[in-house]
Ligand binder design. Structure first.
Ligand code: GLN
Length: 226
């Protein structure tokens, strides 16, 4: 059985994967981003100290359901499969899955991905969608940026990944573009252990206050300018 390493009731442990700008990423030795700031604001409302644990994206659900972390905030898309393992709070962001290709690619939309080599980040909803593309060969990477690099190097034909991170990941890569036609629309929420209704309710209350006070919009505007 796994337990979180701190026994302190005043410490709120968040699991994330800090490779997902603008939601969570490293800035020096700090983890910053929209989720980090929302979590900081939630912890403050709960009178607790936030501790962020960085891990692989596909370890977050197990960390939360196994009690190693109190909650997970990682641009996590609400879906039915995950609801079997963890509980989702209210949603706090609207998102999408987009397709990144080379600027000179003939791929113009989801239908053109048939039979292609599609890169994704392991364990993400992009991974699930890519698995449904007819005859596509899915290449799974630990970090979204690794998938983007493989695309730039011509090892794969496209990357399916969340829209906002996509913009940041290709910001310095003039050979890549994001297709106008998105793959799907999604919603992000925080996850807690299935039986932790108490924490879920507290986070929902805090999220509600952050939405009503305009603080949530303020955090998002700080990281998403365009
Ligand atoms: N939104 C995607 C998912 O929930 C990707 C999240 C991420 O990579 N941090 O699967």
């Amino acid at each position: 059985e796994t337990k979180k390493d701190t026994q302190d009731d005043k410490v709120l442990v968040m699991a994330t994967n800090a490779e997902f700008p603008p939601y969570e990423y490293h800035d020096g030795d700090k983890i910053v981003g929209i989720d980090a700031e929302i979590a900081e604001a939630v912890a403050e409302k709960l009178g607790m100290e936030l501790k962020i644990e960085d891990m692989a994206f596909d370890s977050i659900i197990a960390a939360v359901s196994g009690g190693k972390a109190d909650f997970g905030a990682a641009g996590m898309t609400v879906n039915e499969e995950r609801k079997k393992m963890v509980a989702f709070t209210d949603t706090y962001a609207h998102a999408s899955q987009v397709i990144i290709v080379k600027t000179d690619s003939a791929i113009a939309g989801p239908d053109d991905l048939e039979g292609k080599k599609v890169g994704v980040q392991l364990g993400t909803t992009g991974d699930i969608y890519a698995g449904d593309i007819k005859d596509a060969e899915v290449e799974r990477y630990n970090k979204g940026f690794e998938a983007v690099q493989a695309l730039s190097q011509g090892k794969i034909d496209a990357v399916v990944i969340d829209g906002q991170p996509a913009k940041e990941l290709i910001a310095d890569m003039s050979d890549l573009k994001i297709l106008d036609e998105a793959f799907t629309e999604e919603e992000y929420a925080i996850i807690v252990a299935k039986d932790n209704t108490e924490l879920k309710d507290k986070i929902n209350e805090a999220l509600k206050e952050l939405k009503e006070s305009g603080k949530l919009d303020e955090i998002i505007a700080k990281y998403i300018t365009a």
